[in-house]
Design a protein around this ligand. Sequence first.
Ligand code: MG
Length: 270
Amino acid sequence: MNSFLFNDYIRYMKTTILVSAAILLTANSFAQRKMNMDSLVKEAAKTEIWEPVPAMVTPGKNNGDAPSDAIILYNGKDVSQWKKETGGEPGWQIDKDGALTVVKGSGNIATKQAFGNCQLHIEWREPAAIAGESQSRGNSGIFFMGRYELQVLDSYNNPTYVNGQAGSIYKQHIPLVNASRKPGEWQSYDVVFTAPVFYSDGKLQSPARITVFHNGVLVQNNVTIMGHTEWIGTPKYEAHGSKEPLVLQDHGKDGGNPMSYRNIWIRELQ
Ligand code: MG
């Protein structure tokens, strides 16, 4: 073997040894990694929860459509889910387009069913024919448990006290922004409401809370409701049932032109 061939041979042997060592090391670290992964998977499994499985709910086809587990409160056809708040048939009218429109002076309407914690979807429209100003322009309201008002008002170019504009929790919480659409256009509220809880002696255990999206825009972020809605004075709590009817307001003759509602559905929450 000449020196040239000998050097080649040495180089070949070196490479072979290095490659073999690399293969061995790789196999070893692969086994090590697999072992590590197995123990990681076991560790991760300790914080996995598999039951109970959340119920299957079919969502509505479009945003705003009721999902399969919602209670339909108004679908444009009848007011069978509603009564006059003070009793009897609701006096509001169903228009040709299916809108449920306030009849001034006929009184508030209330759901026959009572609700506590809930998710509510409701659509409303201020009259295109503007009448009045400030609080006297399309004033209505959604009273959770018949007591806690989420204000409904034409707040498109209509200055008023800001804790009384659309999206406010009336006289308690100013909306984060004004997401109002023009009068004549349909608007929506999507709400998560947590009912207050009272001790058996009537004292407040935990206050109500509310989150509101106005036309898809967050306007109330889990705010604490301070008591039932007051026009004059400070709100305070008075004990009531764990479920109470939802009420829609007829603001009467000083509320401006009559406004309308449609597509109202609710989901009861634990
Ligand atoms: Mg109102």
